[in-house]
Design a protein around this ligand. Structure first.
Ligand SMILES: *[C@@H]1O[C@H](CO)[C@@H](O)[C@H](O)[C@H]1NC(C)=O
Ligand SMILES: *[C@@H]1O[C@H](CO)[C@@H](O)[C@H](O)[C@H]1NC(C)=O
Ligand SMILES: *[C@@H]1O[C@H](CO)[C@@H](O)[C@H](O)[C@H]1NC(C)=O
Ligand SMILES: *[C@@H]1O[C@H](CO)[C@@H](O)[C@H](O)[C@H]1NC(C)=O
Ligand SMILES: *[C@@H]1O[C@H](CO)[C@@H](O)[C@H](O)[C@H]1NC(C)=O
Length: 469
């Protein structure tokens, strides 16, 4: 954590503590840009170091760095401000890992399908927004589309028909508890990623993967017939369902349905419209507070029990509502009304410490800060404010390969992370990586030294076995 310059001197502190807030006129593009810039700056100054091990302070997990980079991709697309673009690239090259598959060795033990999925959804966003790619990035094969495709292929490979009749497991590493859980966020990100790849590339294979994963979630009732969405279910049969309701699960399903609606035609499009309407309705019914119109993380917000992950979930629901409004324009007016309302409510909470412009978690409490401060609160406020921009300016467009998309395609990408069977892990072929070395600053791939993770993987496996098993 680093202190921003603004509160190093005493007069500045006094000044800031007298009711500074974030002004927001949602009918003015320049006001939206100024407000988003303040929230983005507070987030970057305190919670982001793109060169560090995780990119975010140690109280947060690696996946949130990917989520945060996605917020800055949107920030650039919505405001035109490129202040953070170089750092997005730095953070991206760190996350992409030597195997060019979003499985960086530093985090090889703690990456689940959902963590990898959050990063790959960020890169899909960069593809559709045509976020600038650097020469160095292209030379090492770390363009946004090829990495998203590679992640798709690695996850398609992990699709598991042996339990629950299909689905992705939460964890990749077999000795972790979550290996026995098939959750909505892992599968929902795979669904959304496949659907967006289909929409962008026009390749039907991705659409088939999206259909298969969606049908599986409907069949297991992770997505109920009334479109309420559960958190996940235990193997072997997925009959034991965890019914907690989280905004980000609804959001990822919503965006996937919207992309499929956009990609398909005729009766298929009618089917996806019905799914999309159902999920959008249940999203409003579940999370939008009747009295204030505020989006609430109902599972934990009122009881003050949201953890560091959960405090950021609203950001992703809102990001994916914004995506939905663009690719399924018939939803635009209802979604934009909700986002604009919430942008005003959120901005009115941004009077917190440190700095006098920190945003709160509870948007339903009126113009006051609830004392909550963190990466989650900042990223949620940032997404909701910047996602109002398309209502007042010609921004937010999502391109495809035929109308402006530029990122290089590599549908066969498999990544450089080879799976080797581990003696510590009798259950599967996943884990144990052998990684080729690479140099992120340029084309210097000479040597192609092999770094092996066998030792780290083995030790990690034993430690996890002892602590969880
Ligand atoms: C971003 O990049 C600039 C210039 O390299 C650097 O000074 C700054 O600290 C970086 N970090 C963030 C979070 O903006
Ligand atoms: C898993 O089952 C689905 C649906 O029954 C099928 O389409 C798919 O090919 C199967 N995948 C594998 C790897 O067996
Ligand atoms: C969604 O809500 C609208 C408005 O309340 C309603 O007309 C529509 O039938 C609902 N759709 C579904 C699929 O539940
Ligand atoms: C698909 O998305 C594009 C881009 O946002 C939009 O212009 C188009 O109208 C969408 N198609 C449908 C059927 O809504
Ligand atoms: C479509 O995607 C599949 C799966 O990744 C790939 O095998 C195939 O080559 C792609 N087709 C085209 C025309 O790009």
């Amino acid at each position: 954590m680093r202190l921003s310059n603004s509160y190093l001197s005493i007069p500045a502190v006094l000044l800031l503590q007298t009711a500074r807030a974030i002004e927001l006129d949602i009918n003015s593009y320049s006001s939206i840009k100024t407000a988003a810039a303040q929230v983005a700056k507070d987030l970057a100054d305190e919670f982001w170091d793109p060169r560090s091990y995780s990119g975010v302070p140690s109280t947060y997990f690696w996946w949130q760095h990917g989520a945060l980079l996605g917020a800055y991709v949107d920030y650039w697309a919505m405001t035109g401000d490129d202040t953070y673009n170089d750092n997005v690239t730095v953070g991206w090259l760190k996350g992409v890992g030597p195997g060019l598959d979003l499985l960086p060795q530093e985090h090889s033990f703690d990456i689940g399908n959902d963590d990898q999925g959050f990063w790959s959804i960020m890169s899909m966003d960069a593809v559709e927004r045509v976020f600038p790619e650097t020469e160095a990035q292209k030379q090492i094969g770390a363009g946004f589309l090829e990495i998203t495709q590679t992640v798709h292929n690695t996850q398609a490979d992990r699709w598991d028909n042996e339990t629950c009749g299909g689905g992705l497991r939460w964890q990749i590493v077999t000795v972790k508890n979550g290996y026995n859980y098939k959750n909505t966020i892992s599968n929902g990100l795979y669904f959304q990623q496949s659907a967006r790849l289909a929409r962008y590339t026009g390749n039907k294979t991705y659409a088939e993967a999206a259909e298969m994963s969606y049908e599986w979630m409907r069949k297991t009732k992770l997505i109920q017939d009334d479109f309420w969405i559960n958190d996940g279910a235990d193997i072997p049969d997925c009959k034991a369902i965890t019914s907690k309701r989280w905004t980000y699960n609804y959001g990822t399903i919503l965006a996937g349905c919207a992309a499929m609606y956009n990609f398909t035609e005729g009766s298929k499009r009618a089917y996806w419209k019905e799914q999309l309407d159902g999920v959008l309705n249940s999203t409003y019914a579940t999370f939008v507070d009747r009295d204030t119109g505020a989006i609430k993380e109902i599972q934990c917000q009122e009881t003050d029990t949201c953890n560091a992950d959960q405090r950021s979930f609203k950001a992703y629901l809102i990001r994916w509502m914004g995506y939905t409004a663009q690719v399924a324009p018939y939803t635009y007016s209802s979604i934009m009304q909700t986002i604009r309302k919430n942008a005003e409510l959120a901005a009115a909470t941004c009077t917190g410490q440190p700095g006098g412009t920190a945003c709160g978690l509870k948007w339903n409490v009126g113009p006051q800060w609830d004392g909550k401060h963190g990466l989650g609160e900042q990223i949620s406020a940032m997404e909701v404010i910047q996602n109002t921009a398309p209502s007042v300016a010609p921004v937010g467009y999502l391109f495809n390969k035929d109308n402006g998309g530029k990122s290089k395609s590599n549908p066969g990408g498999q990544g450089g992370t080879k799976r080797v069977k581990s003696p510590f892990d009798t259950k599967s072929t996943y884990y144990r990586y052998v990684l080729p070395n690479y140099n992120i600053t340029g084309a210097d791939r000479a040597g192609a030294a092999i770094i092996t993770l066998l030792v780290i993987a083995g030790l990690g496996g034993i430690m996890a076995f002892v602590t969880t098993g």
